[in-house]
Write a protein that binds this ligand. Structure first.
Ligand SMILES: [Zn+2]
Length: 337
């Protein structure tokens, strides 16, 4: 990794401005971040690398601008929720900045390394660290044997409630993102919800709806979130938390993509199929399928960009992949009726 970074730095220094310009113009055009989205970013001191803020009494969020981690002070010490590797070295200083309490426990939101791969470092700082996870995540990590994601020490099934002294965290497993399980964490007294990799405040989610492994559950997660009485959502990415309104906007987007791809999929494409068969051969089905899927996705992407570019930042970057996920969901899970 270090070697790779050095190589990149070296390349940046040696490439002449003329070559750099030529490469830039070859890159695709994408929309910039909308000013309204930018205005909500938490400013981060580059010398410090992170920012920590109290979201609500006793609930804090840390971010480095890319990832988010949450922690709660309690009568037995700090309970941490997630430790993304990019943030891990900042977690202890951030906690120390706001409380004298030690980190006594970490809860894994899901098994993905980009959200909990810093747990190994937190455990090095406190070998007695309690690690809480749902049974599916615990089973998965048991098979991974990854020192950066130490195996949970306290495993629950389906749901649990953490007593934090003056408040509680109601935790329930869901499957909107990662197959072994995801956690919906609700701090009832503070009206804070944590649902990692559901969405990003004001911005697109990563490709294929954040690489969801369960589109049906993903389609339903927005209503599940809105059923909680919350006003702050921590969803894991970028620098600022989301609001109820952000969730409603994202639900509208996901619904629109699905309805759009369903409609453009019903368009008669016999002419295109005919051309594809003529070119690739009747016994060569995959290229034929590919051009049809590409055409449906391109029609969907065009419509979606026209309606959502001014509402959700960077929606054009992954619009085609979201259309493809919705098309596959409609074709194989829902089934044309
Ligand atoms: Zn993830």
């Amino acid at each position: 990794m270090k070697g790779f970074r050095l190589l990149l730095a070296w390349l940046a220094l040696t490439v002449t401005p003329v070559v750099a310009l030529a490469q830039d113009s070859a890159l695709p055009d994408y929309s910039p971040v909308l000013p309204a989205t930018k205005a909500r970013f938490w400013p981060i001191d580059p010398n410090k690398g992170y920012v920590v803020r109290e979201l609500k009494p006793s609930i804090f969020m840390i971010t480095d601008g890319r990832y988010q981690s949450l922690f709660a002070t309690s009568d037995r010490g700090v309970v941490l929720f997630d430790a993304p590797p990019s943030l891990a070295r900042y977690i202890l200083p951030a906690v120390t900045e706001v409380t004298k309490q030690p980190i006594v426990s970490i809860v894994y939101s899901h098994a993905h390394v980009d959200h909990i791969g810093g747990a190994g470092l937190i455990m090095k700082q406190n070998p007695q660290l309690e690690i809480v996870a749902e049974e599916g995540v615990a089973r998965f990590l048991g098979g991974q044997k990854d020192p950066n994601r130490p195996v949970p020490t306290k495993v629950f099934k389906d749901h649990t409630t953490l007593n934090l002294g003056t408040s509680t965290a109601e935790i329930k497993v869901g499957y909107w993102h990662s197959a072994p399980g995801d956690l919906m964490v609700y701090f009832k007294e503070q009206k804070v919800l944590m649902a990692i990799d559901t969405m990003t405040a004001g911005q697109t989610v990563y490709m294929n709806y954040n690489l969801t492994e369960n589109m049906d559950a993903y389609m339903k997660v927005f209503d599940q979130m809105l059923a909680y009485d919350f006003d702050v959502l921590v969803s894991g990415h970028r620098s600022n938390p989301a609001t109820r309104d952000d969730v409603a906007v994202m639900k509208g987007f996901v619904t629109d993509v699905y309805e759009t791809v369903k409609r453009v999929n019903a368009v008669d494409r016999k002419a295109l199929v005919g051309q594809a068969i003529a070119k690739y051969g009747r016994d060569n089905g995959y290229p034929v399928a590919r051009v049809v899927v590409d055409a449906v996705v391109a029609d969907c992407e065009k419509e979606i960009n026209s309606r959502w570019l001014d509402k959700i930042s960077n929606i054009d970057v992954f619009a085609a992949s979201q259309c493809l996920s919705a098309l596959n969901y409609f074709t194989f899970d829902v089934g044309p009726r």
